[in-house]
Write a protein that binds this ligand. Structure first.
Ligand code: GCB
Length: 647
């Protein structure tokens, strides 16, 4: 990826590496889409729910709650899916619950799914936090370690066992974190009965957001033929006016197969086709995928239709899957981030999946509102701090040209025991799952393997070297970073990243109230890091808490005025350094978000430039002014926008 001397050969090698890497995992994880050969049944809505409040949280397994209907085991309540369960009731013990919770729902499946042996029926959970086990009609079908990423299992044979019965789906989810989970955490039992009630325990976490739990993203049943398109990998490139889509199609369940691949433009016209399972599609007069505000028509997507004609011992099958494809390149020099060979400056935000009542639950109105706010403020990018976001969000980014730094849940790696092999192996698995899920998104331009780990600790070097090299081997076409804290004296992982990402909070956690230190300290930070590593730098977090409606002049901490001045003081330095090697600035944070209770958090973290209800604070207007100015300087505004714009 870094300035290859023989670009053509280099690309081909990258491609083979990506195709090989894509094969490391047993199966693909294509987003379920309807087509002439595939149906999708969404199971969003009300599920039965029961938290296992027994002292060891194991009653559900001791009494085998999955074997009967959940209400037969004890009292159940209604629980919306998708949603975190924590803020749904008035029960404080459920908000702060740690352990197993049980969800159940009965589904009537179409008769054809039952009778047609040539149909494969799959259950897919978009994400559940943290450890999940799934049963269908009392039979375990899968388990999954980790939130934020999808998992699935074939369930056709179980559904067919007794077609007269509805299909009963039970999902148990446990939010307990350990030193080997991502993010890590630990349970602390406190036995002093003079101070704490019997059985008292807490979950210690080392990250700054509420550990929301439950089924966070949609649960689906979907079908494919028994011979089916299991995975598609695309890597794009262009030379002059000709785009190249290098692709590979993986097929499962077929004894013989032929494939037809057709690439269509936005108007549905075929621009290239092939009958090979892998190869290169050449697109004459290509419409490249461009970021928002860098081009007048950002987010251009082609549609790649893969049509499989296959046979197995049962019958012949046709399977159709259509993948949106954006044609673009990404590369990095020692001072620049290039998209389509042109310098790209990240002017964007850090986000969280977080909102009132829903917690981390997937919610279309919230997602669309957030995209409208991003575009209103002229943001061209965000980092998925501190875990992978829903695939539907990345699809929106592809379509709107919002550039993404895709971060895995490696946040809060602070305890030296979390650098052991068990943790590293799990972290490598999570990167496999993340790259498998997100490799085809044009909007994803960089992987972030962690946020602010204790990177000065001795085992950090081996840990991050291994992790970063593994990620580069998985996907040699994208740069890899991890996010450092500016105050760490020695950063053992930094030599291995392609881009340095730094978080710093001058005049907040350090020298609180002293706004005058910002220009000097920020300047020193940049000079030190660039001097040491000679790699482009993104200011990946900066900001200050502001309680909305709190004012003071001269500015004082926690007021909207203080937040404004922190931002403005940083912007002056960014403006000097972006002429050299600073390639981006991402505000912390897009919106206020919930955290654990603590003496530095006033009902959550208030560093949002929008409130949790998505209303602008004064700082949002500062950013809007700045981002549109940056866009005017560095990009080409779409014809339908006028500065200052009111989208
Ligand atoms: C950070 C963390 C982020 C916190 C933020 C803060 O450095 O990366 O998760 O929320 O600081 O507000 O303290």
């Amino acid at each position: 990826m870094l300035s290859p001397e023989r670009p053509g050969l280099f690309r081909v090698l990258c491609l083979f590496a990506l195709f090989e890497a894509a094969c490391l995992l047993d199966t693909g994880m294509l987003f379920p889409r309807e087509s002439s050969s595939r149906e999708v049944k969404e199971l969003s809505g009300l599920w039965s729910f029961r938290a296992d409040k027994s002292p060891d949280r194991n009653q559900g397994f001791d009494k085998a709650w999955y074997k009967s209907r959940l209400w037969e085991t004890g009292p159940v309540i209604d629980m919306p899916v998708p949603a975190s369960y924590n803020d749904i009731t008035q029960d404080p013990t459920l908000r702060d619950f740690i352990g197993w919770v049980w969800y159940e729902r009965e589904v009537v499946v179409p008769a054809r799914w039952v009778t047609d042996e040539g149909t494969r029926v799959v259950i897919r959970v978009g994400s559940a936090h943290y450890y999940s086990i799934v049963w269908v009609n009392g039979v375990k079908v899968t388990e999954h370690n980790g939130g934020h990423l999808p998992f699935e299992a074939e369930v056709g044979s179980l559904i067919r066992k007794d077609p007269t019965q509805p299909c009963r789906i039970t999902i148990a989810v446990n939010n307990t974190l350990t030193l080997e989970t991502l993010p890590p955490g630990s349970i602390q039992h406190i036995d002093d009965i003079t101070k704490y009630p019997k059985g008292f325990f807490v979950q210690n976490i080392y990250f700054d957001f509420f550990n929301y739990a439950g089924i966070h993203r949609p649960v689906l049943l979907y079908t494919t033929p028994t011979a089916y398109v299991d995975d598609i990998t695309v890597v794009t490139d262009f030379l002059d006016n000709t785009g190249r889509v290098n692709y590979k199609v993986s097929v499962q369940g077929a004894t013989t197969a032929t494939v037809k691949v057709t690439l269509m433009d936005k108007d549905g016209h075929c621009v290239a086709s092939s009958t090979e399972p892998f190869g290169v599609l050449k697109v004459v007069d290509v419409n490249l995928w461009w970021p928002y505000l860098m081009h007048e028509s950002p987010g251009y997507l082609y549609s790649m239709e893969v049509r499989l004609m296959a046979a197995n011992e049962r019958s012949t099958h046709e399977d159709v899957y259509t993948l949106p494809v954006g044609i673009r390149t990404v590369s990095v020099t020692s001072t620049q981030f290039l998209i389509n060979k042109k310098p790209f400056y990240f002017h964007g935000v850090n986000k969280h999946e977080d909102s009132d009542i829903r917690g981390k639950g997937f919610d279309w109105p919230l997602i669309v509102k957030d995209f409208n706010l991003l575009k209103w403020m002229g943001a061209n990018s965000f980092r998925t701090s501190h875990y992978p976001y829903a695939e539907e969000i990345l699809q929106m980014c592809d379509r709107h040209g919002i550039v993404v730094i895709d971060e895995c849940p490696g946040v809060g790696i602070k305890d030296i025991r979390s650098f052991r092999n068990a943790s590293l192996n799990h972290h490598l698995d999570v990167m496999d799952e993340l790259v498998r899920r997100d490799k085809n998104h044009a909007s994803v331009v960089m992987w972030s393997v962690a946020n602010e780990p204790a990177s000065e600790m001795p085992p950090a070097e081996f840990y991050f070297k291994t992790l970063i090299q593994h990620t580069k081997a998985l996907d040699p076409t994208r740069p890899v970073t991890y996010v450092s804290n500016s105050h760490y004296a020695r950063d053992k992982g930094a030599p291995y990243v392609d881009v340095i990402c730094i978080n710093s909070y001058f005049s907040w956690y350090h020298d609180p109230g002293h706004l005058e230190v910002i220009p000097l300290q920020l300047n020193t930070q940049f000079e030190n890091w660039y001097g040491k590593y000679q790699k482009p730098i993104i200011q990946s977090e900066y900001g200050a808490d502001a309680v909305p409606g709190l004012h003071s002049d001269p500015p004082m901490m926690f007021t909207e005025e203080y937040q404004k001045v922190v931002l403005q003081s940083c912007h002056d330095v960014f403006d000097q350094k972006r002429k050299q090697y600073v390639i981006g600035e991402l505000i912390w944070n897009f919106a206020d978000f919930m955290t654990v209770q603590g003496i530095t958090r006033v009902v959550g973290n208030k560093k949002g430039v929008f409130t949790r209800q998505r209303q602008p604070k004064a700082a949002a207007f500062i950013l809007k002014e700045r981002y549109w100015r940056l866009a005017n300087e560095t990009g080409r505004l779409p014809p339908w926008t006028k500065y200052p714009c009111s989208l």
